[in-house]
Design a binder for this molecule. Structure first.
Ligand code: IPM
Ligand code: MN
Length: 352
């Protein structure tokens, strides 16, 4: 099969972890007889430096013409402490999600048997955790009108949702729940927020179309607590953009490292695969970042974008093997020997 993939390495450790994912994907392609055509393109601070724009039109064209996009990370510290910066790398990511129509961000949380004791949470709480967040990705407070008034003394960010936006996300949630344990949790703050009441009302109205799915409605603050207390009680969770951003970082603690968690951002036309972690600027160029979240995102890409399940399983299996054998970067090595980013990539290729 011919696979056309746009390759957006982005900033910070993005290029380093993307390099490892490319090595692993190429090795999988060779093993299974596929032909990958990678088209690199600029995003984030790297794109601002090159042309003043964090998601250039040329990059958008490349993404539109690809079958899938593999993305590294975005963000650069020189923008973080400059509130007056006119363009920011993160705007590139948001623009990309919006322009590609990637309204659903699929963020699984699971444990790796050999890493259970890496989590700060107790083994008996997290063993067997296997849940998936569906985070709405192109609406809510991230995209509502924002600004200043009163001569700059007051700032506002509007949170806006339409019923149609909630429906299309919830539909994916119900469908996913049907393929799993048929449990769906709608996470909101309906005791306070009008947008949350729209979410709840919309999801409630859809329940009749999926009679087998058991739906629960929980407030986001309570979910934040239960997620680390009893993560096993959840299966599929659907939620709005900001709640999903926060809860999925929290959930990554269950797996033992944020450097492990992959994600897929999907819409009706395009699909993008990205680790949930950021650009980890302090580690840039040091060859120490964990490449597994990106490599597992590539596994999701094989399965979801190309329907190549065996290829995805091969990647997951070799990743598990590397964890079992302690071939891990410093975030996971504890007192044991740690491997460089590139060494982990090479080991995975050699052991596929
Ligand atoms: C993520 C990131 C982004 C987000 C940032 C970099 C804009 O934290 O993908 O979770 O908030 O969505
Ligand atoms: Mn985030």
């Amino acid at each position: 099969m011919k696979l056309n993939i746009a390759l957006l390495a982005g900033d910070g450790i993005g290029p380093e972890v993307i390099d490892q994912a490319v090595k692993v994907c190429d090795a999988v392609a060779t093993k299974f007889g596929h032909d990958i055509n990678w088209t690199p393109a600029l995003t984030g601070a790297a794109a601002i430096d090159a042309c003043g724009e964090p998601y250039p039109d040329e990059t958008h064209e490349i993404c539109l013409n690809a079958d899938a996009v593999l993305f590294g990370a975005i963000g650069h510290p020189k923008y973080d402490n400059d509130p007056s910066a006119k363009v920011r790398p993160e705007q590139g990511l948001l623009k990309m999600r919006k322009k590609l129509g990637l309204f659903a961000n699929v963020r699984p949380t699971f444990t790796f048997p050999s890493l259970i004791d890496n989590s700060p949470l107790k083994r008996e709480r997290i063993e067997g955790t296997d849940l998936v967040f569906l985070r709405e990705l192109t609406g809510g407070i991230y995209f509502g009108e924002k600004g200043r008034r009163d001569g700059g003394e007051t700032a506002f960010d509007n949170c806006v949702y339409t019923r149609a936006e909630v429906q299309r996300l919830a539909k994916k949630g119900f469908e996913l729940a049907m393929t799993r344990t048929k449990k769906l949790c709608c996470v909101d703050k309906a005791n306070v927020l009008e947008t949350s009441r729209l979410w709840r009302e919309t999801v409630q109205a859809m329940e009749k179309d999926y009679p087998e799915v058991e739906v629960s409605y929980e407030f986001v603050d309570a979910v934040a607590m239960r997620l680390v207390q009893w993560p096993n009680s959840y299966d599929v969770l659907i939620t709005e953009n900001l709640f999903g951003d926060i809860l999925t970082d929290e959930a990554s603690v269950i797996s033992g490292s944020m450097g492990l968690m992959p994600s897929a951002s999907v819409g009706s036309e395009n699909q993008l695969f990205e680790p949930i972690h950021g650009s980890y600027p302090q580690a840039t160029g040091l060859d120490i970042a964990n490449p597994l979240a990106t490599i597992l995102s590539a596994a999701m890409m094989f399965e979801m974008a190309f329907g190549l399940k065996e290829e995805a399983e091969a990647i997951k299996a070799v990743v598990n093997k590397s964890l079992d054998e302690g071939v891990v970067t410093e975030d996971l090595s504890g007192k044991n020997k740690s491997y460089k980013t590139s060494e982990v990539g090479d080991w995975l290729v050699a052991n596929l």
